[in-house]
Design a protein around this ligand. Structure first.
Ligand code: HEC
Ligand code: HEC
Ligand code: HEC
Ligand code: HEC
Ligand code: HEC
Length: 451
């Protein structure tokens, strides 16, 4: 409340002294600008074609129009914001990060993506390149300060632009810049996104490896058609969990079996180790309410029959949420918002097979039910079983070899999968299948002989 008040005050103060230039203000306030204050990404394309193409393929350009975003905003968040006072702020809040120009122009709620308005520009070039800082010391919840005009915030001191000016910005190159949109607190005060805070507390921050280093890799080229050739141009790919190539191999999987031969009816013991050596924050991170990483272990006998092996429980608090159980139901809030009478929820774990370990951080609504409605989240600290940066998780398995198993080779397979959304939720909302299809992160195999 205090910070909000202060921001308002600063705007008044500033407009008072530069009357006649109302487009210069420092903080992101709803309706303080108009779409006309910002140029379309297509105007940058002529000179910055490579960067334009990368941005156009990235989720930044789809942050508003992307199917799942449209569904979540128009079918769940907006209807609930119109009914429940406590969450009424998300009507504008979602848009402040997903289509900052619509928010800044006061176009709330924006027209749907099908209408083709400028809201569809999502996180556009001029959003990022006009951000000058944050009103928060540790940024979150779209607390960016923005200053539209002819001057672009840029990463270099020796840039020679054409048709616009540039100002060197250390902020643009800092993880705090990303934090303005990548960390989020719900109206109930729960930290529902904390990628920046996870990074900050981990080893990469100490070593000085930034978000930009991993998500905007550098390669030789030119920043602009008529710019000079440079060895280290920042690419605008923003690959994350939507890119199977970024997710593949993100976690190492190793498997160890105690014995290489076993007799029928005896006990097989094995250990699977998962090492997060590539992700600068937890995996999963970001939209943690809907992301899952899970480990499937099975034994395949010499005739090709598959026996799933459940994980051994460790006994930590609320562990039940981290072991797949097809009988568990959740996500009742969706049915409530959609006005489905007597809605008892849908499968909590979707396509994850019984007994598989799930690496996740479940979110709970004010009624204590698991939810994918991140804005309607009261608590998400009951259990956090994700893999931190450079952390290793060890999972154990104990399996009684069936007495009727054929002799010969027994292949033990461990496969680590990732999905964006529980498949049960994806099917319920009729989202395209690629939104929730499992992505193979890694696998390991061991072969033993059954005698
Ligand atoms: C007429 C050509 C032209 C257009 C149009 C243009 N730029 Fe540039 N821009 C340049 C050139 C040339 C550079 C300098 C590149 C260099 O020094 O390597 C540059 C540099 C930049 C930089 C980097 C500054 C730095 O510190 O390295 C940013 C950011 C930028 N432009 C953003 C934009 C955006 C956003 C748009 C569209 C609204 C845009 N530009 C439109 C020509 C253009
Ligand atoms: C999500 C925010 C974001 C968006 C959207 C974005 N940029 Fe950038 N851009 C950055 C950051 C951050 C850097 C600096 C990275 C670094 O050097 O660490 C950068 C760097 C640049 C540079 C300088 C590259 C170099 O290494 O010299 C240019 C030019 C540029 N952006 C133009 C654009 C254009 C044109 C668009 C739209 C097609 C765009 N940007 C969209 C964040 C963004
Ligand atoms: C103005 C807000 C804003 C800023 C600033 C911003 N992002 Fe994002 N970013 C978003 C939104 C919104 C999405 C989600 C797009 C969608 O709807 O799926 C996103 C998506 C991403 C993704 C894709 C994740 C995936 O699931 O594949 C990556 C990676 C990413 N951002 C990295 C960065 C980095 C690195 C920076 C800083 C250099 C940054 N972002 C700055 C708003 C922002
Ligand atoms: C050491 C490299 C590294 C650093 C540093 C890093 N990331 Fe990532 N990030 C990755 C990898 C690899 C993935 C893909 C695996 C995954 O989805 O977790 C990823 C995934 C993501 C995702 C998608 C998460 C999900 O599960 O949907 C977002 C968003 C993201 N990063 C943003 C950021 C931001 C913001 C920062 C800085 C605060 C940052 N990253 C720092 C490597 C890094
Ligand atoms: C503080 C900025 C911020 C706010 C506020 C915000 N989001 Fe997001 N949203 C993001 C970022 C950043 C990501 C990308 C995280 C990732 O990839 O894991 C994201 C991801 C998403 C996704 C997942 C996209 C996917 O492909 O899986 C959906 C859906 C979404 N947001 C909808 C909403 C809705 C609806 C609201 C309002 C209730 C909202 N967001 C509020 C920043 C924000």
């Amino acid at each position: 409340m205090g910070a909000f008040f202060l921001r308002k005050f600063r705007i008044l103060f500033f407009t008072f002294f530069v009357a006649g230039m109302p487009f210069i203000a420092w903080a992101a306030e709803m309706g303080s600008f108009s779409y006309h204050d910002f140029k379309k990404p297509s105007t940058c394309r002529g000179c910055h074609n490579t960067i334009y193409q990368e941005w156009n393929q990235s989720l930044m350009s789809q942050a508003y129009s992307h199917e799942w975003d449209q569904a979540e905003y128009f079918r769940l968040a907006l209807p609930q914001a119109q009914k429940l006072k406590k969450v009424s702020g998300v009507k504008a809040g979602c848009i402040a990060c997903h289509s900052p120009l619509a928010f800044l122009s006061g176009d709330i709620p924006p027209k749907t993506a099908a209408r083709g308005t400028r809201a569809n520009e999502g996180v556009s070039c001029e959003v990022c390149h006009h951000i000058t800082g944050s009103s928060e010391k540790v940024p979150y919840n779209f607390s960016f300060n923005i200053k539209p005009g002819k001057t672009m915030q840029g990463p270099r001191k020796d840039a020679k632009p054409l048709g616009h000016r540039v100002e060197y910005s250390a902020f643009l190159r800092s993880p705090e810049f990303c934090a303005t949109c990548h960390d989020e607190q719900s109206p109930y005060g729960a930290w529902v996104k904390s990628t920046y805070r996870e990074w900050k507390a981990g080893p990469y921050a100490k070593e000085g490896t930034t978000c930009q280093d991993c998500h905007m890799y550098r390669a030789e080229g030119k920043a602009a058609r008529m710019g000079k050739a440079r060895k280290d141009i920042a690419h605008h790919v923003f690959h994350g969990s939507h890119d199977p190539a970024k997710v593949a191999g993100a976690v190492d999987v190793a498997m160890y079996v105690k014995k290489s031969t076993l007799s029928k009816g005896s006990v097989l013991r094995l250990r699977v180790e998962l090492f997060n050596g590539k992700v600068g924050h937890y995996i999963p991170s970001g939209s943690t309410e809907e992301r899952m990483l899970w480990l499937e272990v099975c034994a395949i006998d010499s005739k090709g029959r598959c026996y799933p092996i459940p994980v051994v429980k460790k006994g930590f608090k609320n562990e039940e949420y981290t072991i797949a159980d097809p009988s568990k139901r959740a996500y009742q809030a969706m049915g409530e918002i959609m006005g489905i009478p007597g809605f008892a929820g849908i499968s909590r774990d979707g396509q994850v097979p019984r007994g598989a370990r799930i690496f996740r951080k479940p979110f709970f609504d004010p009624k204590g039910r698991m939810t994918i409605c991140q804005w309607y989240t009261m608590n998400n600290t009951k259990v956090d079983y994700r893999i931190g940066p450079r952390e290793t998780k060890i999972e154990n398995y104990v399996w009684k070899v069936p007495t009727n198993i054929p002799e010969g080779e027994l292949r033990i397979k461990a496969r680590l999968f990732y999905s964006q959304i529980p498949s049960s939720v994806g099917k319920f909302l009729k989202l395209p299948e690629h939104e929730y299809a499992p992505i193979l992160v890694n696998k390991a195999e061991a072969v033993i002989t059954v005698k």
